[in-house]
Ligand binder design. Sequence first.
Ligand SMILES: NC(=O)c1ccc[n+]([C@@H]2O[C@H](COP(=O)([O-])OP(=O)(O)OC[C@H]3O[C@@H](n4cnc5c(N)ncnc54)[C@H](O)[C@@H]3O)[C@@H](O)[C@H]2O)c1
Length: 360
Amino acid sequence: MDIIKFGAVGVNSRGRGVMKEALGNPHFKLCAVCDIKPGELKKAEELFRGEKGISDLECYADYDEMLKNADIDAVFVATDAICHVPFVVKALEAGKHVLSEIPAVNSVEEAKILKEAVLAHPEVKYMVAENCCYWGFIEAWKAMADEGKFGEAIYAESEYLHSVDYRDLKPENYPPEHWRSFNPSIKYLTHNLGPLLYILDDECVSVSAIKSDVVYNPYVTRDDNAVALFKTKKGAMIRILISFGSFTGFDHNFRILGTRGSIMTDPTKSLNDAHSHASFSDIPGSMDCKVDIPVTMSSFSGGGGHGGADFKVISDFISCIIEDKKPKLDVDFAIKISLPGVIAAQSIEEGSANLEIPKI
Ligand SMILES: NC(=O)c1ccc[n+]([C@@H]2O[C@H](COP(=O)([O-])OP(=O)(O)OC[C@H]3O[C@@H](n4cnc5c(N)ncnc54)[C@H](O)[C@@H]3O)[C@@H](O)[C@H]2O)c1
């Protein structure tokens, strides 16, 4: 099987964006798109059938119809962030490989359903599209961790800062029924927790989380700013800050402190340009004067969305199908990076109670 035929469900900005990137992969063919919103479906049709010249593209308003009638091998699920599992399960049951957007699950119940469905269909692949795990510096940190450069991890942290200048906030951009208006920010932590757990090969066992009550964006009902503190199976502490409402530029900062080495991204540089700075016990003097590691998010990529990571995600998924390989971001990984956000949100609701994260 040399060409993997894809259908995409949910073709607003993310669905269209990833499918557009994927056109650069010679083993990818976009055969169908689906969206319940006629406007989004039309935009996808104009982009792919019109601009990109895919004359045989099929457009569906009904997902069941796409699964039943379209000649596809795989589905890319890019529906609302709070609703992926029902689409994933239907695709698996229809014998399709599935690449799911993040977060993979929205509840403990969904995590169980997802795991069962994936296990029940070993003939097809499931992968979560946590693109930040494919950033150049994350791959470099992973190689260092695997070599033992940090020793045992003691503490790790990551911050996701993604806000709008308060002077540009507009109510029409935050319709109350849209998930971006009401979904607690801490549930959107996979871009931060995902890479850390990938590097450290660890999982979260408990969490206590807190939110700020200060209002920055008056048009949303979600908690815009929250911090979660996790304990991991290997005994490390992880802190995740999600800030979708504060006066600061877009950024993802990462840091790991270990028994034999430590590393951090440079928070004074924007994400595209940030190098890493490290202290290693096997490099004399680096405890006082950190080593500059000139690897950025887009190192080792050919460019494209999210520092080239979007293309890498879909290409890796396609190669897993063609070569019949286990995806590195498989269902267990998908749950272990998504469920902690669900439980962190629950902790906030319960007054920062320290809660166990169920093992699924
Ligand atoms: N990995 C990343 O870097 C990244 C970036 C942005 C968004 N995302 C994820 O991608 C997903 C989509 O993000 P978005 O910003 O495009 O969200 P969105 O809410 O704007 O788009 C979701 C689309 O799904 C469609 N949809 C919902 N229910 C449907 C149904 N039953 N049948 C067909 N279509 C349906 C909606 O009409 C909408 O067009 C989210 O899960 C988000 O978390 C990931």
